[in-house]
Ligand binder design. Structure first.
Ligand code: NAD
Ligand code: WQD
Length: 352
């Protein structure tokens, strides 16, 4: 049986819960009354984030510093708790790094996910929400991107997401008792409005939003705009930027409404794929202008060649998440910018 509509707390395992999206989701889960157990190897995060999550929530969570590849350590966590569901965020996510270190990405992301599923099976835990990515739509040009579109990947990172989606589908076909929700995130951005948690990329940020925030607060001299003659409104790349807080709230809905979502889908099989995005695209230049409006300062930019592997545009068809979860992204880009700037100015340094 799936999880009924929840008016009771559940005990939820959050892999990668110290990370950017995981920490925001842990906060939402705690504030929704659920009990949270986090496993994270802190390879791209800090335990301080979890201390701040607990302070913000006014509630405790349980944290185990471990690697998903360490099956004995992970087994101890399953043995110690009657877990009811798993939110699986843990994984390496830098596209460029995945091209230079493919084996590290395949081992970490694929083997880690398989180890997790093996232990879920061993302990009879069969509710799983997986962090997938719009990157699985590959170079698709038709916008908006909808869940039934053909999938492909243009880099090892994207291929790990595609392969894990297939592994989970095969797992569900083999044993339909597995309730699986695959959530394809578009571009999560921003930070918690408290300024206490956010994205703490070590070194030079790969992604536009954190890089722009650092330019805005003069931590970096200028933004290089990768490509300015794409077939878009102003020649620069288009993306679907959604507030990480909206994204966190989608996970609480997904975990609390497993059954309802499947019933609404009219599917016998509880295996669902949903895009999580705003459904609106923003160009790089539009984002720069928005940052300038919110921050009130000019943002220096310089035109640069297109970045290899970049898609022209990616924008979510977000209707299914609305229909099945009753979820839509609520927060405007200006809120994400203000929250990202507050984070950048107040606390990011401490977590580096
Ligand atoms: P993040 O790097 O901040 O968080 C991932 C967390 O997983 C980190 O805390 C890291 O220490 C941990 N981790 C990695 N490998 C691990 C392992 N083997 N064992 C234990 N812990 C491990 O990344 P994020 O932005 O929060 O992304 C979370 C998930 O969402 C990832 O799977 C990512 O691929 C996916 N996603 C992210 C984006 C994005 O733009 N941020 C977009 C789409 C999908
Ligand atoms: C956005 C736009 C760039 C930096 C990446 C990953 C993807 C997913 C989300 C995990 C593009 C332009 C960027 C800069 C720029 N992560 N840009 N100057 O490329 O949509 O996706 O993050 O799943 O897998 O590939 O996001 O923020 O890197 O780029 O002009 O310094 O900003 O060309 O048009 P992207 P991004």
């Amino acid at each position: 049986m799936g999880l009924a509509a929840q008016d009771r707390s559940m005990k939820i395992l959050v892999t990668g819960g110290a990370g950017y999206i995981g920490s925001h989701t842990c906060l939402e889960l705690l504030q929704a009354g659920h009990d949270v157990v986090v496993v994270d190897n802190l390879s791209n995060s800090h335990e301080e984030s979890l201390r701040r999550v607990q302070a913000l929530a006014g509630r405790k969570l349980e944290f185990h510093r471990l690697d998903l590849l360490d099956a004995p350590a992970l087994r101890q966590v399953f043995a110690a708790h009657r877990l009811e569901a798993v939110l699986h965020f843990a994984g390496l996510k830098a596209v460029g790094e995945s091209v230079t270190k493919p084996l590290a990405y395949y081992h970490n992301n694929l083997t880690g996910s398989i180890r997790l599923c093996e232990l879920m099976h061993e302990f009879g835990v069969r509710h799983l929400v997986f962090s997938s990515s719009a990157t699985v739509y590959g170079l698709a040009e038709k916008m908006p991107l909808t869940e039934n579109m053909p999938l492909s990947a243009t880099n090892p990172y994207g291929r790990t997401k595609l392969m894990i989606e297939e592994i989970l589908r095969d797992l569900h076909v083999a044993d339909p008792r597995w309730n699986i929700a695959i959530l394809r995130y578009f571009n999560p951005v921003g930070a918690h409005p408290s300024g206490r948690i956010g994205e703490a990329p070590g070194g030079v940020p790969n992604n536009l939003f954190p890089y722009l925030a650092q330019v805005a607060v003069s931590q970096r001299p200028e933004l290089a705009v990768f490509g300015n003659d794409y077939p878009t409104r102003d020649g620069t790349g288009v993306r679907d930027y959604l507030h990480v807080w909206d994204l966190a709230q989608a996970h609480v809905r997904a975990i609390e409404q497993f059954d309802e979502a499947f019933l609404r889908a009219g599917v016998a099989d509880p295996y669902l794929v949903m895009n999580l995005g705003t459904g609106s695209g923003v160009t790089v230049r539009e984002l720069v202008d928005a940052f300038q409006r919110v921050y009130g300062q000019p943002i220096p930019t310089v035109d640069a060649p297109p970045r290899p592997g970049d898609v022209v545009g990616a924008c979510a068809g977000a209707e299914r998440a609305l229909r099945l979860l009753g979820w839509r992204a609520e927060r405007p880009i200006s809120t994400a910018i203000a929250d990202a700037l507050a984070w950048q100015q107040r606390c990011a340094e401490v977590l580096r």
